[in-house]
Design a protein around this ligand. Sequence first.
Ligand code: 5GP
Ligand code: ZN
Length: 105
Amino acid sequence: MDCIFCKIINGEFNTNFVLENEYAVVFKDINPKADTHLLVVPRKHVESLNDLEDEFLLGKLMMTVKEAAKKAGLSSYRTVINTGKEAGQEVFHLHIHILAGNIKL
Ligand code: 5GP
Ligand code: ZN
């Protein structure tokens, strides 16, 4: 499958993971919209929130957001999920943005 995030997860670009667990990986956004801009990405390819049926995975993703924020030293941050092209989704592999400091989004 030609999915940039699947390739990142498979290690094809040697991306440094800020955090990883059984369900998700976390890495820095290549085009940061804030001082800290991380992406929490499920290992499983799910196109968007509209395609997610696994409540357990959703819970794991949100707990990963919390852990990644803590690890990055953030106590205050914004989480964003763009769903669908018109809302600004560019990569069709579900991901949660974590943004903190001078947020431009
Ligand atoms: P979306 O607009 O789909 O919610 O967010 C996609 C995000 O992925 C964008 O903020 C974009 O900068 C980021 N992105 C796209 N391609 C890459 C990549 O190859 N590496 C990393 N680290 N981030 C990427
Ligand atoms: Zn994918």
